[in-house]
Design a protein around this ligand. Structure first.
Ligand SMILES: [Zn+2]
Length: 700
């Protein structure tokens, strides 16, 4: 939610789903208070690339390969009470948290010998840990903003207030920010996007069914409770909550759903600033941008013009009292909850984490403070982490893997029978232009102008957000820094960015089980190789394929080839749409198409690279070691990267908001499309993991 408008960019892998978002929105329930404050940090050992303990050999791999590979994982690692899910990715995530905690405790201990960055990370963390100081201040840190909202006399005065809130990441009504121009990735431009909803996604306001209805009731109660904690009477709070919910529902009505937002052309409308003023005269747009400290702009991307037209009518129709209540609500709901006084923090946890995700208990304070420090000062903390935890040998091994998989894709393009030679040449040009980024950035971010105080958690959070937003806004009109990273080095994840045309693998994911120097090559190709193939394929999935090697939205496909791609992709859409996630909630095959394409083609590419590597090394693919052939190990390595369990509430939230399929389908959905899998495990055609050839989907 920084001022970088991540419209469709940064296609992440999300191995530690429920990582960032859940934790940033989380809070401390009173009942767990004493326990978590007293908890000694504990760590998890990293499991090997292939862990025999997790296998459920009573299951038939040809019927449910996920169960076979991971069936016993939760016996060793049940979902802890402070988690909505727990899997192999979470294990690594928790392991990293512990290391970061050690680094931060040391930096927080103080001492004159601290470097400026050590002072910042140490004091940021220490201030977050100081709950008595935070509680002692109560609502005082919000007073200036609450007073400004209370002083609003006329809707005409709304613009400067919204501009101020924008800088604090309170995206009430709108979100303004920066992005690379889709049509010319060398340009960094301003953008205005739909925003301002308090529930996870626009369809939460309209979806039919008991579960959705219950969530809406809980949400209205959550707003009511929050308004009461801000000092309103019960009846006042309940009436404000109704008005706020109606206003957000009207905003949701003119908002675009997440599935439509995956289509680049749906969220790209370059417009003169003057035309935006005509579309939405209720706001003073030049003033909004200048007060939010943007450089002078004459044009921008208005992602969804219909939204701004609708917003204008809504601002005309809504009374000032409701607008002010909505702004108070948005101010608190957007705040870093670790900086909120106890009761508000607990209220945020109760809805965002407990009700929406099913997590019974708040995480220990130290974990939350590690997370917010990583978010505010990710590269200052990450520099220490990378120096300590990421050996050059891991970087070299990953780079070799990346090159092998890029070579596999290059060769594989030759064999595609559906693509014309003309499009193949262009696909290859794009492939050769992909930039590989591994571990951590070459140049570290400069935090010298960010002031961090040991006794001011709220101020630190606010200054951190403003610092980051100004850093983004400052890019407008300047040359693109292609060395920039969108994730901090300890992050257990990876991403592809179509405007940059780069694949990025932070140090955090380049360790067991994903990459295990002690595991067989087969296991590593199946696991981290699949991850590399996944990110690379994002450049060629339904949305990535619309961008060229320079990162520009430009159609390099012949119309015939484009049509064939869409037909093949439709097979994947239908296939995944048939998977039931939980109760009445199915996987949204259209929303998850890009990720499913990347999962499928990614593992196929990793398999090809694995075969050439085995050939180079003269490995007998039929020879069993520890009970499995190398080909079987390849698939087991892949599957075990996804081991884990997810709470039903989280599973429902995921299929409704997340472009990634639930973990079991990231295994079973992929292997059933690879006949090589069925062959390796001796499956019969017609078994669930080996459908007849006509039912197999393959895009790439
Ligand atoms: Zn992905």
């Amino acid at each position: 939610m920084t001022k970088h408008i991540a419209v469709i960019l940064l296609v992440a892998l999300t191995v530690s789903t429920t990582g960032m978002w859940a934790q940033s929105m989380s809070a401390q329930p009173m009942s767990a208070q004493s326990r978590s404050m007293a908890t000694d940090p504990e760590t998890y050992a990293l499991p090997p690339g292939l862990d025999q303990r997790f296998l459920d050999t009573t299951a038939d791999p040809c019927v449910n390969f996920f169960q076979y590979s991971c069936g016993n994982f939760s016996k060793y690692y049940p979902i802890p009470s402070d988690r909505s899910a727990f899997g192999a990715g979470t294990l690594v995530y928790e392991h990293n948290q512990y290391i970061l905690h050690t680094i931060l405790e040391k930096a927080a201990a103080g001492g004159a010998e601290r470097t400026p960055n050590q002072q910042k990370i140490g004091d940021y963390y220490a201030a977050c840990m100081d709950t008595s100081a935070i509680d002692g201040k109560g609502l005082e840190p919000f007073k200036a903003e609450l007073d400004r909202i209370a002083a609003l006399k006329d809707k005409k005065e709304l613009t400067p207030l919204l501009a101020h809130l924008q800088l604090l990441n309170v995206n009430a009504f709108v979100g303004i920010g920066e992005q690379q121009d889709f049509k010319d990735a060398r340009n960094q431009i301003a953008a205005a996007d739909q925003a301002g909803l308090g529930m996870p996604e626009r369809d939460y306001y309209f979806r039919a069914g008991d579960a959705a209805e219950t969530t809406r009731k809980q949400y209205v109660q959550h707003i009511t409770n929050t308004m009461q904690l801000l000092g309103e009477s019960e009846s006042e709070a309940a009436s404000d909550a109704q008005s706020i919910f109606q206003l957000e529902t009207a905003l949701a009505k003119v908002s675009m759903d997440i599935t439509s937002r995956r289509e680049p052309k749906n969220v790209y409308h370059m417009m003169a600033l003057a035309d935006l003023e005509k579309l939405n005269p209720m706001l003073d747009w030049p003033l909004l941008f200048s007060d939010a400290r943007f450089p002078s702009i004459t044009e921008l991307n208005v992602t969804n013009p219909d939204f701004f037209k609708g917003l204008d009518a809504l601002l005309v129709a809504t009374d000032l009292k409701t607008i002010k209540a909505y702004l108070r609500w948005q101010l608190i709901a957007s705040a870093d909850s670790t900086a909120l006084p106890k009761a508000l923090d607990a209220e945020m946890f109760d809805f965002n984490v407990h009700k929406l995700r099913g997590t019974p208990e708040q995480q220990a304070r130290w974990k939350r403070c590690v997370q917010v420090t990583d978010r505010a000062l990710g590269e200052a903390l990450g520099e220490v982490y990378a120096a300590q935890e990421f050996p050059p040998s891991s970087k070299a091994a990953t780079l070799q893997m990346v090159r092998d998989i890029e070579a596999a894709m290059d060769q594989d393009l030759n064999t595609l029978d559906w693509m014309s030679p003309e499009t193949k040449v262009r696909a290859r040009a794009k492939l050769h232009a992909v930039a590989d980024k591994i571990g951590y950035p070459d140049h570290w971010r400069d935090y010298s102008s960010l002031i961090v105080k040991r006794d001011d958690a709220y101020g630190n959070a606010e200054r951190g957000i403003v610092f980051e937003n100004l850093r983004e806004i400052d890019k407008i009109g300047k040359p693109v820094d292609r060395g920039e990273w969108g994730m901090s080095p300890p992050t257990v994840d990876a991403y592809y960015n179509p405007s940059m045309n780069d694949i990025n693998f932070p140090a955090g994911i380049l360790q067991p089980p994903f990459y295990d120097p002690k595991a067989s090559d087969a296991t590593n190709y199946g696991d981290i190789g699949g991850v590399v193939g996944h990110e690379l394929t994002h450049g060629f999935d339904d949305e990535g394929r619309q961008f060229d090697g320079n990162g520009n939205l430009s159609d390099w496909w012949t119309p015939e080839d484009g049509k064939k791609f869409d037909e093949k992709a439709d097979c994947t859409v239908k296939e995944y749409s048939s998977f039931v996630a939980v109760g009445d909630a199915k996987v949204n095959g259209r929303l998850t198409l890009g990720e499913n394409t990347a999962d499928n083609a990614g593992l196929q590419l990793a398999f090809l690279a694995f075969l050439s590597d085995a050939k180079r090394k003269n490995i007998d693919l039929k020879q069993k070691q520890d009970g499995y052939t190398p080909v079987q190990e390849f698939f087991l390595g892949h599957a075990q990267g996804w081991c884990g369990k997810t709470r039903p509430e989280q599973q429902r939230l995921q299929v409704q908001t997340d472009p990634h399929s639930p973990r079991e389908f990231r295994v079973n959905g992929v292997v059933r499309n690879m006949p090589e899998f069925g062959e390796a495990f001796g499956c019969k055609v017609g078994q669930p993991m080996m459908p007849p050839a006509k039912d197999v989907c393959r895009v790439w």
